[in-house]
Design a binder for this molecule. Sequence first.
Ligand SMILES: N[C@@H](CCC(=O)N[C@@H](CS)C(=O)NCC(=O)O)C(=O)O
Length: 229
Amino acid sequence: MSEFAVHSIPGSPFGRAVLSTLEEKGARYRFAPVMPGTLKSPEHLRLHPFGRIPVLEHDGFMLYETQAILRYLDRVLPQPALTPADPKRAARMDQVMNVNDWYLFHGAANVIGFQRIVGPRLMGLAPDEAAIAAAVPKAQRVVDELALLLGTQPYFTGETVTLADLLLGPQIDFLEQTPEWQSLGARHANLRQWLSRVQARASFLATTWEKVAARAGVARPVSARAAAG
Ligand SMILES: N[C@@H](CCC(=O)N[C@@H](CS)C(=O)NCC(=O)O)C(=O)O
């Protein structure tokens, strides 16, 4: 079988979306660790001109942008399908993926996740409480809308997991590790149950920060909850 390599940093939510998609497909892949602090280096900018992760490598084909990577994987590894055949369900999947990228990540989850987890855990930084306080209302608006979109369904487009759940799951899992999740998720039992459902999948159990760090041979991180507290 041709080889997939995922260039990423253990713990990265976008990176985890790619890893869990590969796990859902039962694909063999290699984790190529990127060192934190090297994202803007000339070497990494050759892989990702915007200095981010993840990057997928497949038989010499290089691809960045997580949505593009997930859809590519769903095309080259068609089973099990992770995009609904029904156009309306597929559109809902696309919508949730864009809500993740545009409204949840930017200015909300990226701020809370960095200030509570990445900064303290990887850089020894103290959380900027003012930045977190400014991001919480933005995050709340998105979480409320996601709960509405989910409704009573087990997954975002219905009965089965799709790329939407695999992209959004790692972001909400990251938020759950912060004290802010207590209030963000408080009103939304359906979203909390969805998160537990996603976290219980073999693809998520295989791609925790600790598992990926061990696989990458990098130092085992301290507990995210301890770092966030
Ligand atoms: N639009 C990109 C976003 C990727 C992204 O922001 N990844 C984060 C890690 S989860 C990152 O590389 N952050 C580094 C930075 O902000 O400099 C994608 O979908 O892949």
